[in-house]
Every structure is written in structure tokens, then in C-alpha cells.
Design a protein around this ligand. Structure first.
Ligand code: BGC
Length: 745
């Protein structure tokens, strides 16, 4: 009976494919009729190329796999010459099925943009799309077809190093970014050779791992999933993302990679996903230590049956599927379905017409790190920086100020491009020292400290120990004494965030903190320039240091972009998309939390709070300063009540009341005051990034419709419930003007 139902489903889905593009369907089915079972299984096998100082190269035994048609896709291989060489091998196989080349093109290919968490702080969706477009343009010329991006895991725990790769804590914003990225990579027609097939990851809930420890367990209610964690993946699917990557974690007790509910019922049946699903790296094999299956044989069956099409690097499909088929644990339809999806992606990319699609040395030479791409990287980096503090207008720096540059990140080329910097060549990255020298001529510089004095950590992260921090600190203090203003470049090395880089203490490493205190004690004004991949705990810094600029890992043009902002050529306008906690004990901390039955009351001990720290983060979601000052006045709602088909118009007057022209991100939040299930105290529902000349005033308007008020109700229906709502507009999630309205039945 079950088999019958399965066959019927496959038949229906093939019918649908046939209707969509009969020519494509005919091509694929004809090809599949000619394929042996070995060749079919080969299409589901994704293997990595190796990499050394000379660039990517192929393991001998994998070459045999390609020549035997036992491998359908390769990752970590690029350059037109190398991918051509590999594709030549595929063209020697019996059926000449082209290889698909994938890679982690996460924040740029060779022109590296700020890390995604930094880029998100631009609140500029057109720019986010543009950097994906540029990445696709460069990577496709370098022989790539497929990027393992965007990563849209909502995360509320900055201990997790991979927050660097995502958009932060907000679901609504995550949805907008997911759509922009898919559009940027895939364009409107995947057969255009300068596009990349996108891969939304890590499906699902990877950002919610317990204690921020990478690869850890996730346990979450369906309500929480649907409301807060799933929408960005769903948005990518709706935007037409071609592939989905499984996550390492379990979802409702079953690893994502073997989770039929997730990969088939939700992703395909509920959301209508039509592309193929790839595992994360060896995620099928990892279901054994997860304790879900005994061996690879069982793991392969579970994954395929769940709806997972391609096996990344685990070789479980390659070694087990034939046996499983012979033993009737899986059906030929199970395999065919996965093969069909993979071949369909290759067809859509135009690989059957031109297996060397896009790979073109001349084009690569022209587009990779072109002047316009570098200019875009510089502009995006400027816009990703967040001014966290600027007492007495220490910034921008005045001309003629004598500057000392200090800190282990002041001249750290490798760190500038951050983690997951793909094919980016760090030797092409500008450092802050280089940029300041090019502006000011020679300047006083001292590294001042090791990135960390934890020798074990340095070793783990492959960082050279540059000497004794104590001696370095002395030299730095001397250097500081000679200056009018000290710029201190501190933070994390790139390896301290990203995959497998969880930290239980997210403050500045002790060696750097000691340097900061020593320089502060000279009495010289300090500008703290932070480079890091996650929110840090900065209570001491915020209490003592007059100016703090968060620059993340800013990419190839990072040094120049920082200098542009320090000297006021660009007035910073970035806003954080993840709350900065005061200490790690506050984690998880996020702005769109719910009210409890005992909301905070400072005068009542028995309300929800800590004895030793406030409930508030140090810097709230959406926070970021400017060299100018924006004031918000006159919040107006055009109605007191709206009906479901009506729109509510909200307006506010924003004025640039400071001394510089500048951009501002005007943010709109709502709260459903009483509902059938507990709702957050505030939820972002819109924003507008505006440019105001100094002295300029503008009315900014937003329309709120019933769609902005919907949520999963007590029956898990996505509805808006009549009743009272609050609306908030402001410069961040904390500092807002407030109004009220009601939704009528
Ligand atoms: C990561 C993925 C990545 C893959 C391929 C895994 O370890 O979790 O995000 O795409 O490796 O490099």
C-alpha cells in the first residue's frame, strides 16, 4: 500500500515536471533510461577536491570515480583550467554527463565582501543582492556552478561561531535577506552562464543549537520553528532556490539528514520545493554517532527515504545504495527521483548544452577583482560598520591630528577577509595600517599584543606567536604617548569565529584587554576599531573608551573602508542585527522575546530578572550611531481601527539635527498585545533606509496590512487575530515612539 502511494506520488511529480518543460523532461527521462544503476548512484555522489598552496587538486582515487561515472559533482574545485580538466574527464565517460562544481562562495569569490553578519548591518537589500551578483559573476567565470549559500540560520546565541555566516537574530529581516541573496546568485535565468545555483542552508534550525556549541543538539517546539526559525528557509524556497543543504543537528529528535517530516513533508509537500537536497559534509555518516542508525547501510536508507538526494563527501550513497536496492530496503523509484532532481539542476544550468558553462579564462581575468567589484566591496564594507559609541564627537578624526595605530589587528591581512573567504586571496586585502599610510604617509604603529596569550588557542588557530605581550604592550604605550589620538584595532582573529569556533567567553581576549587598559591609562583619547565575527561583551570598553567602531571582518577593501569612515568620507549608518549582551550569562538574548507573567519590575524582587545584571543588552538589535544626530517626532496613525482588508498608514518625522549629512535606518516594529498564544514584546515588520542632508527633515511613511499582523495561532493556523496592537517606530529596537490601533474582525 505504502509502495503504491509512493509510486503514485512519483508519477504525479514526474507529470508535473513534464508539464513544466516537456523538452527538459523528455531529455532527462531518455537519459535515465540509458543509465546503469551505478551511473545513477554516481550522480548522487558529491566529492571534494583537495587544496594545497598550489591551489585545488584532485585525489587519484576520485579521478577514477569521475572517469567511471561514479561521481556527479565536485566541490572545492575552481579556476577555468582546473574545472575544464575535470570536466574533460567527465566527457570521457560513457554518457558524458557533466560534473556540477560547487563551492562555499559565502561572502564573495575573490573580491571578498564583509562577512554576512557584517553585511547584514547595512540594511540595504539592493547591496546584499549586488554582492551576491558579483560573487556569482566571478565564481562562474572561475568554473563554478553552485554556491553553498545563503546561510539563513536565525541565531540568538553569539557563543556560536557561525553567527558570522548569517544575518543575525531577526526572522523578518532574515526573510528579506534570503530572497535578496537567492535573486543575486541565481538571477532570473539559471542558464545564463554568469549565474550560480544557490543552496539555502542549514536546513533546519542549526542556529538554535544548545549552549552555542557547534554541532550540538536542537530541541524546539513546532510553534517556535514555524514562527521564528523556518521562515527564512521558506522564503528562499519561494524565491526559487535550486538546492537545500541539510543541517548537522537533530530536528525533533531525528537528525535533519534522516528526517522525512522535514525533507519531504515540510520542504516538498508543504512548501513545494522542486530542487535537490544535498547533505552537509558527511552528515549521513554522522547519523551513526547521533545514535539513530547502527551503520552506513541503515544511514543511507534513512537519508534517501527521508528525501535527501545528494551525499556530500560521506560516500554512503556510493557504497550502500546498490546493496540497499538489492535487499529491497529502498526502491528504484527512490533512487530515480533523486537522480532526476540532480540531472534537472544540471539541465537548468545549461550544462548539457555546454559542460564548460561559464568557465572562461578571459572572462575570469576581466571580472575577477575588477575595479568596479573592488569599489563595490569598499562601499559595502563602509556601510556594514556600526558606530557603537562616539563621545564628544571624537570621530570623525580631524585633519592634522597626530595618530598612533596600535593593535594585533591593525595589520593582519589574513583576518581582514574573515572566515569562509572562499577563493579570496588575503594577500590582496588592504589592512588598516596600509590604508592609513596611504592617507597620512608614515604613521606610528605598534602591534601591542598577541591576539591571545593562550598558546593552545594560537596553535589551534594556526596563529604565529608574535612575542611576549608584556614587552609589546610597553612599546605600544610609548607609541601612544606620542600621539593626539590612538586608534586601537582589536577583536578576534578570523579563526575565532565561523565553523567549529564556539566560545564560552566572548569578550576581548585577555592580552588585548590588557593592551586596551594600558593605552587607556595613558590618558590619550582612544578610538577602538573592532574586528570580529560575532557580538562581543564590551561592558568595560563601553564604560571607558570614548569611541567604538564595529567593523566585523570587512573584506578585501576593508582597510580602506575603515579609514574612509574614521576620517568622515563616509558617515557610518550600520545597525546591528544581533543584540550585544553585557555578559555571557544573559545569553540567549534577543529583542523579540516574550513577556512572562512577571515582566521586569525593578522594585519587585519576584519578577523575571537577574540579581547581578540588567535584562537589557549593552547594544540592542537595530542599534547604531551616526556622526550626525537624528530625531524622531510626531508619530501618526491615520486610523484608530482597521478592518482586515484595510491598510494602516503610519508616519513619523525624522530630522537630521546634527552637523553631517547621513543615512538612517528607520525601523518599524509591532506588538500584538493580547493573542491566543504568547506574542513577542516587539517584532520588526519594516524599515526604510533614508539619506538626510544636515538640517533636512522628512516624513517617513509605512503601510501596515493584515499580513504584518499574522502569526501561528493556537491551532497553528497563520492568522491575524482581531484586537489591540502597538506600533513602534525608531532608530533601534529600544528607542522608539509608540502608537496603538486595533484590528477589527
Ligand atoms: C559546513 C557547510 C559547508 C560544507 C562544505 C560544512 O562543514 O557546515 O556550511 O557548506 O562544509 O564546505
Amino acid at each position: 500500500m505504502k509502495l503504491l502511494a509512493q509510486c503514485a506520488l512519483l508519477f504525479l511529480s514526474l507529470q508535473l515536471h513534464a508539464q513544466q518543460d516537456p523538452q527538459r523532461h523528455r531529455f532527462i527521462t531518455t537519459l535515465m533510461q540509458r543509465m546503469t544503476i551505478g551511473e545513477k548512484i554516481g550522480q548522487l555522489n558529491l566529492l571534494t577536491s583537495d587544496m594545497d598552496v598550489t591551489g585545488p587538486f584532485m585525489k587519484e582515487n576520485y579521478k577514477q570515480d569521475i572517469l567511471n561515472g561514479a561521481c556527479g559533482a565536485i566541490f572545492n574545485a575552481y579556476t577555468p583550467q582546473y574545472t575544464r580538466k575535470l570536466q574533460d574527464m567527465a566527457m570521457q565517460t560513457r554518457l558524458k554527463i557533466p560534473l556540477l562544481f560547487g563551492y562555499d562562495v559565502i561572502h564573495g569569490h575573490k573580491t571578498i565582501f564583509p562577512i554576512p553578519l557584517g553585511e547584514a548591518c547595512t540594511w540595504d537589500l539592493a547591496l546584499l543582492e549586488k554582492s551576491a551578483r558579483i560573487a556569482a559573476e566571478e565564481a562562474s567565470a572561475d568554473g563554478l556552478h553552485w554556491t553553498f549559500s545563503p546561510m539563513v540560520d536565525i541565531a540568538r546565541d553569539p557563543r556560536w561561531g557561525r553567527v558570522a555566516e548569517g544575518v543575525g537574530e531577526d526572522t523578518w529581516y532574515g526573510v528579506q535577506v534570503a530572497k535578496a541573496k537567492v535573486r543575486g546568485y541565481q538571477g532570473t535565468d539559471l542558464s545564463t552562464p554568469n549565474t550560480l545555483l544557490a543552496c539555502v542552508k542549514h536546513f533546519a534550525l542549526y542556529g538554535a543549537i544548545e549552549a552555542g556549541r557547534d554541532y550540538n543538539t536542537v530541541d524546539m517546539s513546532r510553534r517556535q520553528m514555524y514562527q521564528f526559525y523556518l521562515p527564512p528557509y521558506k522564503a528562499a524556497v519561494e524565491a526559487g532556490v535550486g538546492t537545500v543543504m541539510t543541517s548537522f543537528n537533530e530536528v525533533d529528535g531525528i537528525p535533519a539528514t534522516g528526517n522525512h517530516w522535514l525533507m519531504t513533508e515540510l520542504l516538498r509537500e508543504e512548501w513545494g520545493f522542486k530542487g535537490f537536497v544535498v547533505t552537509d559534509y558527511t552528515a549521513i555518516n554522522e547519523m551513526i554517532p547521533h545514535g539513530i542508525v547502527k551503520n552506513e547501510y541503515e544511514a543511507g536508507a534513512l537519508a534517501l527515504k527521508a528525501g535527501v538526494d545528494m551525499d556530500m563527501q560521506g560516500s554512503v550513497y556510493a557504497t550502500q545504495l546498490k546493496k540497499l536496492l538489492d535487499d529491497k530496503k529502498i526502491t528504484l523509484q527512490d533512487i530515480d527521483q533523486a537522480v532526476y532532481r540532480v540531472l534537472e539542476a544540471k539541465y537548468k544550468l545549461g550544462l548539457f548544452k555546454d559542460p564548460y558553462r561559464g568557465a572562461d579564462s578571459a572572462r575570469a581575468k576581466k571580472v575577477i577583482m575588477s575595479t568596479t567589484n573592488l569599489q563595490a566591496a569598499r562601499e559595502i564594507a563602509q556601510r556594514s560598520f556600526v558606530l557603537l559609541k562616539n563621545e564628544q564627537q571624537l570621530l570623525p578624526l580631524r585633519k592634522g591630528t597626530k595618530i598612533a595605530l596600535i593593535g594585533p589587528l591593525a595589520n593582519a591581512q589574513r583576518d581582514m577577509i574573515g572566515n569562509w573567504s572562499a577563493a579570496g586571496d588575503y594577500k590582496q586585502a588592504s589592512t588598516l595600517l596600509e590604508a592609513l599610510k596611504s592617507r597620512l604617509g608614515d604613521i606610528d604603529y605598534a602591534p601591542g599584543a598577541n591576539l591571545s596569550d593562550d598558546r593552545g588557542l594560537l596553535k589551534k588557530l594556526n596563529i604565529t606567536d608574535t612575542g611576549r605581550s608584556e614587552d609589546m604592550r610597553k612599546e605600544a604605550v610609548e607609541t601612544a604617548r606620542k600621539a593626539d589620538v590612538v586608534i586601537l584595532a582589536l577583536g578576534e582573529s578570523q579563526g575565532m569565529s565561523g565553523e567549529a569556533a564556539s566560545r564560552s567567553d566572548i569578550g576581548l581576549p585577555a592580552s588585548q584587554r590588557a593592551l586596551l587598559e594600558a593605552v587607556y591609562n595613558t590618558g590619550k583619547p582612544v578610538v577602538l576599531v573592532l574586528m570580529n565575527g560575532r557580538p562581543l561583551t564590551l561592558e568595560w570598553e563601553d564604560a571607558h573608551i570614548p569611541a567604538i567602531l564595529e567593523t566585523w571582518f570587512p573584506g578585501t577593501q576593508g582597510g580602506y573602508a575603515i579609514a574612509d569612515v574614521l576620517f568622515g568620507d563616509y558617515n557610518p549608518a550600520g545597525k546591528i542585527t544581533m543584540s550585544f549582551p553585557r555578559n555571557t550569562g544573559q545569553i540567549p538574548i534577543y529583542y523579540n522575546h516574550k513577556n512572562t507573567g512577571r515582566p521586569l519590575d525593578p522594585n519587585n524582587k519576584y519578577t523575571s530578572k537577574y540579581l547581578d545584571v540588567s535584562n537589557e543588552p549593552l547594544y540592542p538589535f537595530g542599534y547604531g550611531l551616526s556622526y550626525t544626530k537624528f530625531t524622531y517626532n510626531n508619530l501618526q496613525l491615520d486610523k484608530k481601527n482597521i478592518r482586515p482588508q484595510e491598510k494602516l498608514r503610519v508616519s513619523v518625522t525624522v530630522e537630521n539635527a546634527g552637523d553631517y549629512d547621513g543615512e538612517e535606518v528607520v525601523q518599524l516594529y509591532i506588538q500584538d498585545v493580547t493573542a491566543s498564544v504568547n506574542r513577542p514584546v516587539k517584532e520588526l515588520r519594516n524599515f526604510r533606509k533614508i539619506m538626510l542632508k544636515k538640517g533636512e527633515r522628512r516624513e517617513v511613511t509605512f503601510d501596515i496590512s493584515v499580513n504584518d499582523l499574522k502569526f501561528y495561532d493556537k491551532n497553528m493556523k497563520y492568522v491575524a487575530e482581531p484586537g489591540a496592537f502597538k506600533v513602534f517606530v525608531g532608530t533601534n529596537s529600544r528607542d522608539v515612539l509608540e502608537g496603538e490601533f486595533s484590528l477589527l474582525p
